[in-house]
Ligand binder design. Structure first.
Ligand SMILES: [Mn+2]
Length: 195
């Protein structure tokens, strides 16, 4: 069963995350940050990973802690659900267009956190959401999920489209990487024998 559930409570946030890698992309997001919920919906829907996320955070300050800590918990949940990573494809990549925005994502479920982030937003905010938090989320996801993650925005003039294309591109890449490869379903995809 490639599932995990994580609870994480600090003075700043109280978070619950459930994932099922072999799901159908079902989602239930309640992070207290509307735009972030909309992005996480995309992440679940397009990765086909079932995700349930709840967060009670200190959004009276700003959305930073909630977004970052959900990234931490979701990364932990993915790593736990992947276990020893037996049988997975490991790598995933996607070039994803959304109207004006074109975002490329490539990732390796290597166990080695590394984020390369080349995404500029033309505006500092999308509604009340700080666009710089998109990077914070993916940094936390990479670090705590043990994911080498490259995200490059090749085009884009609308911040909402750029952010959404980034989440969708990572989602499609994740779908590919976590999938079981029927040609090597019993093996860990590394010449080292461990990931
Ligand atoms: Mn949208």
């Amino acid at each position: 069963m490639r599932k995990a559930s994580i609870t994480r409570k600090t003075a700043e946030t109280d978070i619950g995350v459930e994932v099922n890698l072999d799901g159908s992309g079902a989602y239930a997001m309640a992070t207290g940050v509307g735009f972030f919920d909309h992005m996480l919906d995309q992440l679940a829907r397009h990765s086909l990973i079932d995700m349930k996320v709840s967060c009670a955070g200190d959004t009276h300050i700003d959305d930073h802690h909630s977004v970052e800590d959900v990234g931490i918990a979701l990364g932990q949940a993915l790593a736990q659900a992947l276990g020893d990573k037996r049988g997975i494809r490991r790598y995933g990549a996607c070039l994803l267009p959304m109207d004006d925005a074109l975002v490329r994502a490539a990732l390796d479920l290597s166990g080695r956190p590394y984020l390369v982030w080349n995404v500029d937003f033309p505006t500092a905010r999308i509604g009340s959401f700080d666009t710089e938090l998109v990077r914070e989320f993916f940094q936390a996801l990479s670090t705590h999920g043990g994911i080498t993650l490259h995200v490059d925005a090749l085009h884009g003039i609308n911040s909402h489209h750029i952010a959404e294309a980034a989440f969708k591109a990572v989602a499609r890449s994740l779908r590919e990487a976590v999938e079981t490869d029927p040609r090597k379903a019993d093996a860990i995809p590394s010449t080292k024998g461990a990931l």
